[in-house]
Design a protein around this ligand. Sequence first.
Ligand code: F6R
Ligand code: MG
Ligand code: MG
Length: 381
Amino acid sequence: AKTTISVIKADIGSLAGHHVVHPDTMAAAAKVLAEAKSKGIIVDYYITHVGDDLELIMTHRKGVDAPEVHEVAWNAFKEAAKVAKELGLYAAGQDLLTDAFSGNVRGLGPSAAEMEFVERPAEPVIVFMADKTEPGAFNLPLFRVFGDPFNTAGLVIDPKLHDGFKFEVYDVIGGKYVIMNLPEEMYDLLALIGTPGRFVVRRVYRKSDNEIAAVVSVERLNLIAGQYVGKDDPVAIVRAQSGFPAVGEVIEAFAFPHLVAGWMRGSHFGPLMPVSQRNARCTRFDGPPRVVALGFQIKNARLIGPADLFDDPAYDETRRLAQTIAEYMRRHGPFMPHRLGPEEMEYTTLPAVLQKLQNRFVEAKLYEVKGPKVKTELLHE
Ligand code: F6R
Ligand code: MG
Ligand code: MG
């Protein structure tokens, strides 16, 4: 029988602003999952949080996009949101955009990453969960894990990895995807995924046998809701060892705290800081953006673990660098490139400001603009 791991998350409200999930809401979700387990809908689960995001890690036999499993997750979030409302938690129910569940959480607010596979005799899996950032935040590390021999020694040394991997890149605005082969198409791939707000690595497969290696949640909430309703804090699942990159190669990609979009008001670039579960809460300027990595062994669809992989002094220097970068970026205040560009701004007062000043702009053409087309929509909204 195949095993499915589903990681489904939502921000259903948090303690002291957008800082951290309240334990009572986790308990409410746990009750729903425990019941689903006793009914045999899911085999096992682990509930946790990263910042203000409630994370449900579930294993089962029902495959990807199973309505029963999605319904369990939906009910868990609803029960948790009820408690959040009772307690007066901040932004209670934030990510539950509708009352009507119809078989799948996609498009309703929560985000999901799911994969199905035949378990190997020993099946190490890493679940990554990030807060105050977007799905494209995983582009750089996943490229390094599955495409960069300077990160992953196995790409050169291990015959089982040597053929390379296939990347499925999802265009979150166009609603389409393309599958690209590495290493052959590395430069074309990078041309796309270097724009992480639009082109998101959604799945990675081992090229030699098409085995699933990684999957990322790609929902972009503001695109779904049509307005800013919170950042699309993403999750990812990565399989490791014996024919996949080693656990150490997978998490090595997070030793560099690269700049990601998100942070305060979903509108700033900041470093992605790998942290332990204990430090999975957002403070400075509502951040900086954080990522937690939990390692599990999966056995007969049971979740063994987790191991808190970034809870280690080996990541202290990464965190220190992240703080230096945070300080450096913060000094820019409202200036780009700390603040996101106009297309990416989600709390966008910009159109209103331009509107207000419309009649005060004085025509003053110094030259004819012929060059690359200047985007003017923003000026006329
Ligand atoms: C970012 C985030 C926070 C809020 C900020 C303002 O994803 O959740 O940084 O954007 O705290 O929140 P409101 O508008 O709810 O006061
Ligand atoms: Mg929130
Ligand atoms: Mg969040």
